[in-house]
Design a binder for this molecule. Structure first.
Ligand code: NAP
Length: 430
């Protein structure tokens, strides 16, 4: 007999979970019509059942016992919007092993264990949906999986972490130091109390691992991705970057090369006329290049309870439709593990150096000699502000593309020059 309802167990009732519950409890006639099945929110797992909630739910729906969802045979799908690697990874594994479908917004679990969960799901004839794990409400996974599937994806470049984009935007607009801008982002609700995941680039790395894996159908693990956060950038870098025609963004970039891919997350100078330079505030943007479609730009709110719930509930409806039709809706994922990630040192990049040096004859020649010996060709060279009493000046240099290891070696060698006080900033140019 054809299914008429879909019983849902929800894990998490926080920022995203309360919006998902709200939509499931209050938007049902329309959702059910689209799903073709009656969606029934049966149980909600939280840590503390007594905590006040942003959404009104019957107390009987709440539990703090995972077994009430995971071992409940009537629950057919687990919607996980709790976050963190463990115990959620184990919960999802347990759910799939029991033949339940999964919808998750958990980037850490999908980046670290996505392959295994998808393989297990294929074995158990269950589906795993994870649109909300990357880019909040922006339809990315479904775009790769359906609309772009005729393409060979050549590259994906993204501003994929709203918190750092907000912070860099504030530093750029008002000359705020990083720590002030982070505090402002926390006050505005864009940054967590502990901003490490965002500021150090972990969040963007998880998302790039998922995007890269889906785009190329290979295994891109977070630990294979080169990662640098935004610490160390100073307000003056935005001023110099602007003078040179660039904005500064935290960029997640992956690109196909013969037999390998590059995958990296780091701050970069982005030309002001590039679409990624124009992404404002906490928005996200993903720029995709496919061999048939050419360039596609997807922009939107990459976080927030409502946009993320839009992706979660959209996945749930998609799943319900496939169940109603009695089909495994999604083509199963296959990942070619022979294709690896190129070490950062071998990647061709350009760089921006801000060097504090003694304002004396011979500095420019010494710096130039290091670049020449490392085979790095200079694209622009400007001598900036001088500190007369300290007899120092700032040199701002950008390079042409070179293997990144040469750029990094030049950075180290310049810092060791007798006439140089410090290489105060070293950023890639996109
Ligand atoms: N917030 C966003 O803008 C956003 C955007 C995209 C993706 N996501 C992802 O969505 C997920 C949820 O994020 P969120 O911002 O909604 O988090 P949140 O506000 O901190 O809410 C987490 C919820 O999960 C519950 N929970 C956490 N650990 C649990 C455990 N071990 N057992 C049972 N329940 C547990 C919490 O229960 P209590 O309420 O009882 O503490 C809380 O209700 C994360 O994976 C996040 O990365 C979030």
């Amino acid at each position: 007999m054809a299914a008429t309802s879909l019983s849902v167990g929800l894990i998490g009732l926080g920022t995203v979970g309360s919006q998902v519950a709200e939509r499931l409890l209050n938007g049902l006639p329309q959702l059910n019509r689209r799903a073709g099945l009656e969606l029934c929110l049966e149980k909600i797992l939280v840590r503390d059942v007594a905590k006040p909630r942003a959404v009104t739910v019957a107390p009987a729906l709440l539990t703090a016992d995972p077994a009430e969802l995971l071992d409940n045979p009537t629950i057919q799908v687990i919607v996980e919007v709790a976050g963190g690697d463990e115990p959620m990874h184990s919960y999802l594994q347990r759910a799939i092993s029991a033949g339940k479908h999964v919808v998750t917004a958990n980037k850490a679990v999908m980046a670290n264990h996505g392959m295994q969960l998808l393989a297990l799901a294929a074995e158990k004839n269950a589906d795993v949906y994870f649109e909300a794990a990357v880019g909040g409400g922006i339809p990315l996974i479904s775009t790769f999986r359906t609309d772009l599937q005729a393409n060979r994806i050549e590259r994906v470049s993204a501003v994929i972490n709203g918190t750092t984009n907000y912070v860099l935007g504030r530093m750029s607009a008002d000359g705020l130091p990083l720590e002030y801008a982070v505090r402002e982002a926390q006050a505005a609700g864009y940054a967590e109390a502990d901003p490490t995941d965002d500021v150090d680039g972990f969040d963007a790395t998880y998302k790039l691992a998922i995007l890269g894996s889906i785009a190329y159908e290979i295994s891109v693990r977070p630990q294979d991705i080169y990662r640098e956060g935004i610490k160390g950038i100073e307000p003056v870098d935005f001023r110099y970057a602007r003078e040179l025609g660039y904005a500064i963004k935290l960029i997640a970039h992956t690109q196909r090369h013969p037999g390998r891919v590059e995958a990296r997350v780091h701050p970069a100078l982005v030309p002001l006329d590039h679409p990624l330079a124009q992404v404002e505030g906490a928005d996200n943007a993903v720029f995709v290049e496919g061999d048939l479609v050419g360039r596609v730009l997807l922009v939107g709110q990459g976080a927030g309870g409502r946009p993320t719930a839009s992706a979660v509930v959209g996945d749930l409806i998609d799943l319900a439709r496939s169940i109603r039709r009695g089909v495994q809706h999604r083509p199963s994922f296959s990942f070619d593990d022979r294709i690896g990630v190129i070490p950062m040192g071998e990647v061709e990049t350009r760089a921006y150096y801000r060097i504090r040096a003694e304002d004396r004859a011979g500095v420019v020649a010494a710096v130039g000699q290091v670049f020449a010996e490392e085979g790095v060709s200079i694209s622009s060279f400007i001598q900036k502000d001088a500190w007369v009493e300290e007899k120092t000046a700032e040199l701002v240099i950008t390079t042409h593309p070179t293997a990144d290891m040469r750029l990094q070696r030049a950075r180290q060698r310049i810092a060791e020059l007798e006439l140089v006080r410090a290489v105060s900033a070293f950023l890639r140019v996109f």
